[in-house]
Design a protein around this ligand. Structure first.
Ligand code: NCD
Length: 330
């Protein structure tokens, strides 16, 4: 059974149009429609394989270095589960146990780790640090969040979720991004990934947490977007409501955080004016922005979104380690 599933996945991976082998995944900007479509096809195959038999041997003998210098539950564990379901194994590196405590540079830590493993997933608190360290490495590096910069693998699973939940269509949708748009790296990646599609973006946040100018400038080249402080100005037209938490750890002083914390609280009543087919997404963790009474609403897609995260990350690992290409994509 395992061997047959491995063969089916190999065929699917060989059928993709774009090159992936040895690719770093560092930014939304590496993804166009064709690459996204390849990723979705392979992800559908991963989902089927897991439903059928839980795992296979596609990445048997491969090791993932999972390096997290910031807290993580979903990203870290979904990469680990992804690797294990494909027959590979994981080495987990946390800062409290690593030589960075002794003053070692990030590049030295990673260069050593790639002597042991085949692919590295890195989360780091400094914006730009993950793309910055890629030039020192020979093996694929996946950005699992660089401070307030980007979170491209999250944007990919968000994209997969949107198209999977809404009948495969992304063109024509109205997508509301709500919450801490200033500091939320997931929305920084997602807003710009969506410029590949003909969507309307609505940015909803307190005035002090607006989407940064450099991101709006980029979005504006391709898409129509508007900015709001109140959700009810845009909720009726929304096909996707993407909620984020206020990023407490990015505030310099507690007082500023307290001013904006609790601005949004989506509950069943809020959703009463929303479309019946709208979906509510959230990268999680939530800290009060979505009331638990929304969880039983079929529109609540955030736990399905988390599950998709594992399938998408299975695809990324498989494509970067066994996908099409000449092995010199970096
Ligand atoms: C996000 C992150 O770390 O940026 N979480 C995640 O990866 N699922 C969102 C957040 O922390 O708010």
């Amino acid at each position: 059974m395992y061997d047959m599933q491995t063969r089916i996945l190999q065929q699917r991976i060989e059928s993709v149009k774009t090159t992936w082998l040895n690719m770093n995944v560092l930014s939304y900007s590496q993804f166009n429609r064709e690459r996204l479509s390849d990723l979705c096809l392979v992800t559908n195959a991963m989902r089927k394989m897991v439903a059928k038999c839980g795992g296979c041997d596609l990445l048997k003998g491969k090791i993932l270095n999972n390096v997290f210098f910031e807290p993580s539950t979903r990203t870290m564990c979904s990469f680990e589960s992804a690797m294990q379901r494909l027959g590979g194994t994981t080495v987990r590196v946390l800062p409290s146990h690593s030589s960075s405590k002794k003053g070692e540079t990030l590049q030295d830590t990673l260069r050593c780790l790639e002597c042991y493993g085949d692919i590295t997933v890195l989360r780091h608190p400094e914006k730009g640090s993950v793309p910055g360290v890629a030039k020192y490495l020979k093996k694929p590096l996946l950005n699992a969040g660089d401070g307030v910069g980007e979170h491209p693998t999250q944007a990919l699973l968000d994209f997969y979720t949107i198209q999977n939940e809404l009948d495969g269509k992304v063109d024509g949708l109205t997508i509301v991004l709500l919450g801490d748009l200033k500091n939320g790296r997931t929305v920084h990646s997602l807003a710009r990934l969506l410029i590949n599609y003909d969507v309307k973006l609505r940015f909803v946040s307190p005035a002090s947490l607006k989407m940064p100018e450099y991101i709006k400038e980029e979005v504006q080249k391709k898409l129509e977007f508007t900015e709001h402080e109140h959700l009810n100005e845009v909720l009726k037209e929304a096909d996707v409501l993407y909620v984020t938490r206020v990023q407490k750890e990015r505030f310099e002083n507690q007082e500023d955080y307290l001013k904006v914390q609790g601005t949004f609280n989506i509950n069943q009543e809020t959703l009463s004016i929303a479309k019946e087919k709208m979906i509510v997404m959230h990268p999680l963790p939530r800290v009060g922005e979505i009331h638990e009474d929304v969880d039983s609403d079929p529109r609540a897609a955030y736990f399905r979104q988390m599950e998709n995260g594992m399938y998408v990350r299975m695809s990324l690992l498989a494509l970067c380690l066994t996908g099409r290409g000449d092995g010199n994509e970096n």
